[in-house]
Design a protein around this ligand. Structure first.
Ligand SMILES: Nc1ncnc2c1ncn2[C@@H]1O[C@H](COP(=O)(O)OP(=O)(O)OP(=O)(O)O)[C@@H](O)[C@H]1O
Ligand SMILES: [Mg+2]
Length: 496
């Protein structure tokens, strides 16, 4: 047994988040750690990798009792980690990231040449041909993810923990990372992966362990575990089969109150026209890097368009900043909650009212009683856990932070809401709730644009779908033309 953890306990603020959890890992297996948002997955990983100290329980590594006091000590024992938030430094070079904190030295100076040569050799074993002297920020998330894996394995060598490594990767990139993980497994590494994509669990894992509300539900081999049973273990109930019926939509010839004409930005998004109508969801599909997020950045004024114009209710408007967009009643829920979203040290309540306060103006603070009412409303509506509005958001699980950001924009009651990958990092139970929520907002007359890689979901709630490839719109599907196959075909035509 590579890792044998027994009766692991952990509480925060007197709340037990891990309650006598057992966990075992064999050498040469890929083990998926599953459960709803807030179940305790990341906390368990942080304890086993030395980032948090446990309150109780024992941990053995290859039969020897261990108590890693910090991440470095765990690494020295053979336990490496790639965390939910990638722990690399964008502004350092590739080689510096690989050897951060342990750079080869020569006469007391960092030996850059040697470091870069070694990084090149190491990364070549992962099929990467990258310039080791280039800054990390020059590379895609997928490549950074592989660099993080290479670094962790090189540092530790026995056990690799990955907390949602594929959350922002496309299918091809996921497959590349899985190929690497399978090879590492076959070399005898023990691998633990957290993911909310059940397809990936069945494609990759040998065994699963499921947590619910901080308690162990069970560990099972994946080979004899029907999907329905696994979902039942995670949720503690059966997930009602979603019958996605396509939402009714206003006819495309109703005049659009929000119109974009020839909007574009050189090198980012080719000029496009877009009409936004209340009561309608415009889906935006495309592979990662196709320009979907860049489009959202233009619509919301985060990036400044260098061509085109926007018109609202027949009047031209400028959208040169998010401030302008918020003033027009726009909302934007970004994909990267860590960098673009949460304010870590503020409470859940403060994070929720942020955009509404900005919209009303900072000189008129929202009365505390109203703040409380708003926070409580959305905590209930989105089932944000824990329910305490005064908890600093940094202490919430990743999926619950995501919900808080969504609440922030809903609280402004926007006329046009842009959502970038709204179900990423959200557990399978809450997935269905978010889709219902999107459809409910549409039915109440909100206009929405939703970027998603989940084609089945896009098909379910969109009345029109724009397909992007290579930084431009390549197709627009409406009504009955919309299907996952049609969207994929539109993306593929362009790729060919
Ligand atoms: N540093 C902390 N301080 C206080 N509470 C915390 C801290 N870290 C985690 N928690 C709480 O512990 C619980 C479990 O959180 P954890 O991050 O382990 O969940 P998770 O299973 O990884 O969820 P997700 O799928 O959303 O990432 C949550 O209720 C969270 O609010
Ligand atoms: Mg987590």
């Amino acid at each position: 047994m590579l890792i044998e953890a027994r009766a692991i306990r952990k509480s925060f603020y007197g709340v037990t988040v891990l309650d006598d959890v057992d966990f075992t890992l064999h050498a040469g297996e890929i083990h998926a750690l599953l459960g709803e948002n807030g179940a305790g997955k990341s906390t368990l990983v942080k304890i086993l990798t030395g980032a948090y100290r446990r309150d109780g329980g024992t941990m053995r590594l290859e039969g020897t009792e261990v108590e890693p006091r910090d991440v470095a000590e765990a690494q020295a024992m053979g336990i490496g980690t790639v965390y939910q938030e990638v722990n690399l430094l964008d502004n350092l070079s590739v080689a510096e990231n690989v050897y951060l904190g342990r750079q080869p030295r020569r006469f007391g100076m960092i030996d850059t040449k040697r470091m870069e040569a070694e990084a090149t050799a190491l990364l070549a074993r992962y099929g990467l041909r990258v310039d080791p002297g280039e800054s990390l920020s020059a590379y895609s998330v997928a490549i950074r993810q592989i660099i993080a894996i290479a670094r962790a394995v090189d540092l530790s060598g026995k056990v690799l923990f990955l907390d949602e490594p594929t959350a922002s990767l496309d299918a091809r990139e996921v497959e590349a990372i899985f190929a690497i993980l399978r090879r590492l497994r076959d070399d005898g590494l023990g691998i633990v992966i957290i993911t909310h994509f059940l397809d990936q669990v069945f494609a990759l894992a040998d065994r699963v362990t499921v947590l619910r509300n901080g308690k162990l539900v069970g560990s099972r081999a994946i080979s004899d575990l029907p999907r329905r049973d696994l979902v039942g273990m995670m949720l503690g109930r059966e997930l009602a089969e979603e019958t996605h019926s396509r939402s009714a939509a206003p006819p495309a010839d109703t005049p659009a109150p929000i119109r974009f004409r020839g909007m574009g930005k050189t090198g980012s998004v080719a000029p496009f026209d877009m009409d936004i109508r209340p009561g309608e969801v415009l889906g935006i599909a495309g592979l990662l890097g196709s320009g979907r997020t860049e489009t959202a950045f233009l619509l919301f004024g985060i990036d400044r368009a260098d061509s085109g114009s926007a018109e609202i209710d027949g009047r031209p408007v400028t959208l040169n900043s998010p401030h302008d967009a918020i003033a027009q009643g726009f909302g934007f829920c970004p994909e990267e909650r860590k960098t673009d979203g949460i304010v870590a040290d503020l409470s859940v309540r403060e994070n929720i009212i942020l955009a509404l306060q900005a919209r009303r103006g900072w000189s008129r603070p929202i009365p505390r009683r109203e703040q409380n009412a708003i926070a409580e409303k959305y905590i209930r509506m989105l089932d944000i856990r824990p329910t305490d509005p005064e908890r600093p958001i940094k202490f919430l699980s990743g999926g619950n932070q995501q919900k808080v950001i969504l609440a922030r924009w809903l609280a402004t009651d926007p006329r046009f809401l842009i959502l970038d990958e709204p179900t990423r990092g959200i557990d399978i139970g809450a997935h269905a709730e978010i889709i219902r929520l999107i459809d409910g907002l549409r039915a109440e007359g909100m206009a929405l644009a939703v970027i998603s890689s989940e084609l089945d979901e896009l098909v379910a709630y969109s009345s029109r779908v724009v397909v992007m490839a290579d930084h431009r719109q390549v197709a627009e599907l409406a009504g009955d033309e919309i299907s996952a196959q049609a969207i994929m075909a539109a993306m593929a035509v362009e790729a060919a």
